[in-house]
Ligand binder design. Structure first.
Ligand SMILES: Cc1cc2nc3c(=O)[nH]c(=O)nc-3n(C[C@H](O)[C@H](O)[C@H](O)COP(=O)(O)OP(=O)(O)OC[C@H]3O[C@@H](n4cnc5c(N)ncnc54)[C@H](O)[C@@H]3O)c2cc1C
Length: 343
């Protein structure tokens, strides 16, 4: 049997992306997940790769920006290797502007983007430019935001890994360098026996509509809702944010209220059929930032967790710094993401 260089526990977006980056660089990789790929929060439908606002810059925002820029090459590479679409597309994002105060703020952020988002812009535009959304007045348009389809992306990563000879198994031995990318289960395990929680889960519910003809539109962020047209003629809408919940996977009246709200706000969805409803639990570390580096409880092993609401947007950057660490022992992880910040 071939020697394994890297074992990754967890086949969500973090684990699969790290595994792919290691395999792409020539490592022999084994991914272990008892539930199979995409069983956790990465198996959903929403897939906004959206930046934080361009102001009050910090290490987390800078890392996210770099990850979003790197995402195109990363996901196109997965597609080229697998022959499977990830649903990736940098179509931008539209956000309605509510009034004069919001307009002033949007203009200031446009100036911020000029300084902070090299090569990308945040600007004020007439809503008519995006007529199919049925909005009026002015909107913010940014050309950094992208979309991908989480389920398709997971399938593409699995195919790319298998094509590169990686093992993806439900049970197996850990060999070589070991990285734990186990989502909310990993955060809960790290909280056990500690005075303070290391991290926890935040449930989200989302819906998928069937609407043809919107696939080339930028996604819409309206009244806290993400509305994401996918390449396949579906439109995803998310998400609720629930700190307490009984069943991590069920959908309920909170989602039905969200569906009613988006139908009232977004004309093309008013009559469109809902073809899927999905719930998952986001891994939120106590720092609310990704947690990357040496595993606090397993000497010599590593952790990649805490994707919270931006795990897909961070995936390309997380894969790069974790592969640097796992394969070359080179640590370029921002201090904000060190596991010690959650202890
Ligand atoms: C409704 C909703 C909408 C979202 N929308 C977006 C969005 O638009 N954009 C965005 O960037 N992010 C979004 N997110 C967040 C994103 O889904 C998460 O940040 C991301 O999925 C986290 O990935 P992960 O790989 O860390 O965890 P997970 O996907 O949860 O994967 C962890 C895996 O580890 C496995 N596992 C657990 N224990 C073990 C063990 N002991 N050994 C081996 N494997 C184990 C699990 O089976 C699971 O498959 C959304 C989340 C939700 C719930």
């Amino acid at each position: 049997m071939a020697r394994i260089d890297v074992t990754v526990r967890g086949a969500g977006i973090f684990g699969l992306s790290i595994a792919w980056e290691c395999a792409r660089r020539g490592a022999a990789v084994r991914v272990i997940d008892p539930e199979g790929p995409g069983a956790g929060s990465s198996g959903g439908i929403v897939g906004a790769l959206a930046p934080h606002v361009p102001e009050q810059w910090n290490g987390k925002k800078a890392f996210q920006f770099e990850s979003l820029v790197a995402a195109e090459t990363f996901f196109r590479g997965v597609e080229a290797a697998s022959g499977v679409s990830t649903g990736y597309g940098r179509k931008g994002r539209v956000q309605p502007i509510a009034g004069p105060e919001a307009l002033k703020l949007a203009e200031a952020r446009g100036e911020g983007a000029k300084a902070l988002w090299q090569g990308y812009s945040w600007r004020i535009e007439a809503a008519e430019r995006f007529a199919s959304w049925g909005l009026s007045g002015s909107v913010i348009f940014d050309d950094l935001t992208a979309r991908m389809h989480p389920r398709h992306c997971g399938a593409a990563l699995v195919a790319a890994l298998q094509g590169a000879g990686a093992e993806i198994v439900r049970d197996g031995a850990e060999e070589g360098r070991v990285c734990h990318a186990t989502g909310v289960a990993g955060l809960q395990a790290l909280s056990e026996g500690r005075a303070r929680s290391f991290g926890s889960g935040v449930k989200g519910q989302s819906a998928l509509f069937r609407v043809e003809g919107l696939a080339e539109l930028p996604q819409l962020f309206i009244e806290t809702l993400h509305v994401i047209p996918h390449a396949d003629g579906t439109v995803a809408v998310g998400s609720t944010s629930e700190n307490s919940y009984d069943d991590p996977r069920s959908t309920d009246a909170q989602l039905e209220a969200m569906i009613e709200k988006v139908r009232a706000l977004v004309p093309p969805l008013a009559e469109a059929p809902v073809i899927d409803r999905w719930a998952g639990v986001r891994p939120r570390a106590r720092s609310r930032a990704p947690v990357l580096g040496a595993h606090p409880d397993r000497p010599g092993e590593f952790i990649a967790n805490g994707g919270f609401k931006i795990g897909f947007g961070m995936a390309a950057g997380v894969a790069r710094v974790m592969a640097d660490l796992l394969l070359d022992g080179v640590d370029t992880i921002p201090p904000e993401f060190r596991p010690e910040t959650c202890l």
